[in-house]
Write a protein that binds this ligand. Structure first.
Ligand SMILES: [Zn+2]
Length: 545
């Protein structure tokens, strides 16, 4: 009966390759599947030390978007050592790779971001601002914890699949340069998700949760506007010069006036990567980098068009040339798959939150106090719902280019509790917990839910069918994916090169050495938790090499 219905709806939609293939496979009996999931969860627990070492290692690399060289090398080696075939340099991005193991359907693609935040260098476990290398980047969001969640989960699942001879393919991939929203649309364009049945993404959070439907937050396009003027002696012959910086400033003024008449849901912000060289030379070149955020693809395109016209106006006013408007990144608004999110939520309830110790709670509360947040500590309860906010309630916010993946294959994000709630984000304070027992236990909890859900997908063909039915008949019924970047656009892999060139030699001295130290805290000689000593003294941990 069910097969017939699937066939009928397939013929009607004329888009039925994946469900039919899935339908031919047989499901594991549910008692057997439950036993395998329990086994996977216990296996993940037994790998807690391995997970902790990965979390600490990637934290110590602290690399920014497109410069995740050590991070990628480290994860790729683990995957190769464990029988995965790895293709590197995917989509023209040197630090992107796709690791594959197994054969046949279903194909599950498991991803997580790997990049850090500028100027977020921070000693873990110290509840106030204490950079390891002042000015250097660091994991001020906690992206160091995501691949450890995924890798731990897939190794536990792989062991079971091999023994049980379960068909299926696991792909692992990194979210490169997520902070620039700069890689996932290119992975989509390069066909990484072409044969994928379900994409499972993991992202750091303060609770163990997932969701379906519109993901909240915004989509965006990130555009660099570059102007060209004419140099002259700023005092001797200013009338002969045309300032590219004037164009940047007038564009920003224009945008800030326009902002008053935009929807409340929009977010837009900019930085000036090039503002000229020195005051006595009229700037020949200057550039400004905008993020235009809105809730839907047409609204993002509209904001971008306004930005373009204001840039053209600024060039006209200053007698300069707008020489380039380059897309540095883009992200579709996120939409997550209902059946897969429901399966994940059932597993989340099974796994539950980690047991936080008094030390964890003292750490969390001290950081919350430091940042002027409510001193609530770590959560003791799971979120009760995974349903989306009612329509019209989303007022915008952050973005993640997993949105692009989510409009190409059924996708969900698993959020796991490796960070402290109530922090400003993209900030050194979000690095404090990221290589401590909070991050380690949160990642293990995430890996358990991830492993159980991968097994659900491998063992229940009907789950994959219903995921595609939601994707085709609900999610993409009236909305079709079109990339935001233009066809000639290429990944902006030059980003952050100079920052890493400047800081990497100093950062290298702090790379974690798991052969010598049980944890990174131990290597750094940091007592956990280290609380602020006084009003004007953050800490006095021993000097590090
Ligand atoms: Zn993120």
């Amino acid at each position: 009966m069910r097969s017939f219905r699937v066939l009928a709806s397939c013929l009607a939609s004329a888009l039925c390759a994946a469900p039919l293939v899935a339908q031919q496979r047989t499901a594991l009996p549910s008692a057997r599947l439950d036993a395998l999931k329990r086994e996977a969860i216990a296996d993940v627990e037994s790998r807690a030390r391995f997970t902790q070492q990965m979390v600490d290692q990637i934290f110590s690399f602290g690399e920014l978007g497109f410069q995740e060289v050590e991070t990628s090398k480290f994860i790729v080696k683990i995957l190769r050592d464990n029988g995965f075939t790895v293709e590197e340099g995917v989509a023209g991005i040197p630090t992107a790779w796709v690791a594959t193991w197994g054969s046949g359907k279903p194909v599950v693609a498991v991803g997580s971001d790997i990049d850090g935040i500028p100027q977020a260098s921070q000693k873990p476990g110290v509840a106030c601002h204490a950079p390891l290398v002042p000015g250097a980047p660091g994991h001020g969001e906690g992206h160091n914890t995501g691949q450890p969640v995924n890798v731990t989960a897939i190794l536990a699942v792989k062991k079971i699949m091999e023994r049980e001879k379960l068909p299926g393919t696991i792909k692992v991939w990194p979210g490169v340069a997520e902070e620039q929203l700069a890689s996932k649309a290119y992975l989509v364009r390069a066909g990484v998700f072409k044969d994928v049945d379900v994409a499972l993404f993991s992202h750091v959070s303060a609770n163990l949760s997932t969701s379906w439907g519109p993901g909240g937050g915004s989509g965006l396009v990130s555009v660099l506007y570059a102007f060209q003027g004419q140099a002259a002696h700023s005092a001797g012959a200013p009338w002969r010069g045309r300032s590219a910086l004037d164009a940047v400033e007038l564009m920003n003024i224009g945008w800030n006036y326009r902002r008053e008449h935009l929807r409340l849901q929009q977010r837009s912000h900019y930085v000036i990567p090039d503002g000229g060289d020195q005051p006595n030379v009229v700037p020949t070149t200057a550039s400004v980098w905008y993020y235009f955020r809105e809730l839907t693809y047409p609204q993002i395109k509209q904001m971008w068009a306004w930005g373009d016209s204001i840039a053209a106006g600024a060039a006209m006013m200053t007698g300069t040339k707008l020489v380039e408007s380059r897309v540095l990144g883009s992200a579709w608004p996120q939409h997550f798959n209902r059946p897969i999110a429901e399966a994940m939520f059932a597993n989340i309830k099974q796994v539950g939150l980690p047991k936080w110790t008094d030390a964890d709670q003292a750490m969390a509360k001290a950081v919350q106090k430091e940042m002027g947040s409510r001193e609530e500590g770590m959560p003791s309860r799971l979120d009760s719902t995974i349903a989306p906010e009612p329509e019209g309630r989303n007022m915008g916010g952050g973005s993640d280019d997993i949105g692009d993946v989510s409009w190409n294959v059924p996708t969900i994000t698993l959020r796991y509790p490796s960070n402290i709630p109530g922090l400003p984000g993209h900030h050194w304070s979000s690095a404090i917990a990221s290589a401590t027992p909070i991050a380690h236990k949160g990642a293990t909890a995430g890996a358990k839910a991830m492993a159980a859900t991968i097994l659900d997908i491998m063992a229940k063909p009907a789950l994959v069918d219903s995921a595609w039915s939601y994707f085709r008949n609900v999610q993409t019924k009236d909305t079709k994916y079109e990339p935001l970047m233009r066809p000639n656009e290429r990944p902006a892999t030059f980003l952050n090169t100079d920052i890493l060139e400047k800081y990497r030699p100093q950062m290298r001295r702090f790379y974690y050495d798991p052969a010598r130290y049980g944890t990174y805290l131990e290597q750094l000689g940091i007592q956990y938790p280290t609380l602020r000593k006084s009003q004007d003294r953050c800490e006095d941990t021993p000097a590090v090499p």
